[in-house]
Design a protein around this ligand. Structure first.
Ligand code: PLP
Length: 425
């Protein structure tokens, strides 16, 4: 299977799972526990995924054998730590389809990566009357920085609406992305609706009017093969903790020529070439954007997460999730009181399934499910404007990953049936 083909496959064509989910499950020690006297079913993966033993061990190994500050050290441990840290950078560069190592900037997460672009590229390139285009389905991380930048620069924030099926409505795209547009910032996959957006098409439209395109890949990079060059994105962002890696590590991929022109984000050690009392010059990429001591240990352990995903293969990850999403959507649809948000077609969406029950508040759904050992999220999912568009105050969200299987979905559905009996509705 070619990279990216997973998207086009029809989920029903493939069963059983393209890899042994049972074996994968066994690699995640945290899953082997009871919560509230029930075997844990973890369905909160869009918020943060669990970590395999190899990632946990990599973290321990780093602190046991290699811990040191990186780059400037002239001793063996510093050299070892630097190699491990830079090794992850190269791995990330390959994982996203092949970019230059210096185009990979480590941040604390997607949120920081987008803030970095807003505070540096945005600060220099957005002026009064310019237009920034986002979509109605953005996570606050890809929304608030642009709202604030537009306010401070007297720029205009425009948005691509969604259809009632939860797709982006691109019918008026030429009126939304115009010659005045300087930036288009769009999520690759919605954390609420699950929608996989046609980002390649949107990026092409942005470029056609001379605008820059940023893609928030926080929900896509963990779940499908990514090729940043093929998408054409000028900036692409994601978070390690949503793809088996540790918390506190994010990635900003940027085009080299753009990163070189941008001013630095944070000032301090490592990001400089020469410092005088009256003048400072900046270090080369990527160091210009990594001031101070970075999150070395977690970056090092992130490498093991990428290796784990590589070994399964991202096309198989996508295929498994597509099949399981299909199964889950069909099962949930059999419950008449449940309403699911977002596209119905599993090949057009990921495994973040937001739903409501006609008679039970989403917070009560999550609390009841927790009492049965099932972890889901409920709330606005950091997408308040989208919730308003949907006419919901909140939804419950079950989100799937590589260690989930049909038995997890069955447990969810059985618990939802029991919940209605419990609440007497
Ligand atoms: N963008 C999307 C689509 C997300 O789902 C999230 C997190 O849920 C973020 C951005 C922010 O990621 P982080 O909290 O890791 O910075």
């Amino acid at each position: 299977m070619k990279s990216g083909d997973g998207e086009k496959l029809k989920s029903t064509d493939y069963r059983p799972a393209p890899f042994s989910v049972e074996q994968v499950k066994a690699d995640f020690p945290i899953l082997d526990q009871k919560v509230n006297r029930h075997q844990l079913v973890y369905l909160d993966n869009a918020a943060s995924t669990q970590k395999p033993r190899s990632v946990i061990n990599a973290l321990l190994e780093y602190y046991r054998h290699s811990n040191s500050n990186i780059h400037r050290g002239m001793h063996t441990l510093a050299e070892r730590a630097t190699q491990a840290y830079e090794g992850t950078r190269s791995h990330v560069a390959q994982f996203v389809g092949g970019v230059l190592d210096e185009e990979v900037i480590f941040t604390s997460g997607t949120t920081e990566a987008i803030n970095l672009v807003a505070a540096t590229w945005g600060e220099v390139n957005i002026s009064e009357g310019d237009e920034i285009v986002i979509t109605e389905m953005e996570h606050h991380a890809n929304l608030v920085p642009w709202v604030m930048l537009a306010k401070s620069k007297s720029a205009v924030l425009k948005r691509i609406p969604i259809t009632i099926c939860g797709h982006l409505d691109l019918s008026n795209i030429d009126e939304i992305i115009t010659k005045k547009t300087k930036l288009v910032a769009v999520s690759h996959m919605s954390n609420v609706l699950g929608t996989i957006n046609p980002v390649k098409e949107i990026v092409a439209r942005a470029h056609a009017v001379g605008a820059v395109a940023l893609v928030d890949g926080a929900q896509a990079a963990p779940h499908m093969a990514i090729n940043v060059r093929d998408l054409g994105a000028d900036f692409y962002t994601f978070s390690a903790h949503k793809m088996l890696g540790p918390t506190g590590v994010g990635v900003l991929i940027g085009r080299k020529e753009m990163l070189e022109e941008m001013p630095p984000y944070k000032m301090g050690g490592e990001m400089i070439r020469e410092v005088r009392f009256d003048r400072v010059t900046w270090n080369d990429l990527p160091h210009k954007f990594e001031a101070g001591t970075p999150n070395i240990a977690d970056v090092v352990a992130f490498d093991a997460a990428l290796t784990y995903l590589d070994e399964i293969g991202m096309d198989k990850v996508r295929l498994h999730e597509m099949q399981l999403t299909d199964y889950a959507m069909k099962k949930l649809t059999e419950l008449p009181s449940i309403e699911i948000q977002g596209p119905q077609e599993p090949d057009q969406r990921g495994g973040a399934i937001s739903f409501t029950d006609r008679d039970v508040h989403p917070h009560d759904i999550a609390t009841f499910l927790d009492s049965k050992g099932i972890a889901v999220r409920a709330g606005h999912h950091c997408a308040q404007p989208l919730m308003r568009v949907l006419g919901k105050v909140a939804t419950a969200r079950a989100s799937l990953y590589i260690y989930n299987d049909e038995s997890d979905v069955d447990r969810l559905v059985e618990a939802l049936v029991e919940m209605r009996r419990y609440f007497g509705v």
